[in-house]
Design a protein around this ligand. Structure first.
Ligand code: FES
Length: 148
């Protein structure tokens, strides 16, 4: 299996790893198939711009690398722009992932969505295009795997 240099870099030196006290939104998702879990914390200002993002994961190396890159990509974006940080966008930013590891990147995307959902609920706002997050992404994963 071949990992890109960027994947190795983000795996070995993860950015934004840790917890956040008083986050604006927190989301936790898991994948029942592999047992990996990811928690995402977002600090969002009054203009709905993501100031900080942090993550914690009990997951594989690809999950660490994609979460690290995903937190880098959402920082500075508005909550709506953050929806464009899809797993595909994260994988592109990492110069790709081996096909068997693509599902790991969904964990990061869903964790961001879950944190945004939490933020929206707490503030009584609706983020257009944001669907209610699932706790277990392995349901989504089957749809994604069909592409391979
Ligand atoms: Fe579970 Fe990578 S093997 S997230």
């Amino acid at each position: 299996m071949q990992y890109s240099e960027k994947v190795m870099d983000h795996f070995q030196h993860p950015r934004n790893m840790g917890e956040m006290e008083e986050a604006s939104g927190v989301g936790t998702v898991g994948n029942a198939k592999c047992g990996d879990i990811m928690r995402m914390y977002l600090d969002i200002d009054e203009n709905e711009i993501i100031r900080e993002a942090k993550f914690k994961t009990f997951g594989c190396g690809a999950a660490v690398a994609t979460s690290s890159m995903a937190t880098e990509l959402v920082k500075g974006k508005t909550v709506r722009e953050a929806l464009e940080v899809t797993n595909k966008a994260v994988m592109e930013a990492l110069d790709g992932l081996p096909p068997v590891k693509v599902h790991c990147s969904l964990l990061a995307e869903e964790a961001i969505h879950a944190a945004l959902w939490d933020y929206a609920e707490k503030h009584g706002i609706v983020i257009e295009g944001l669907a209610r997050p699932v706790n277990d992404i392995s349901e989504h994963e089957e749809a994604a795997e069909e592409e391979y």
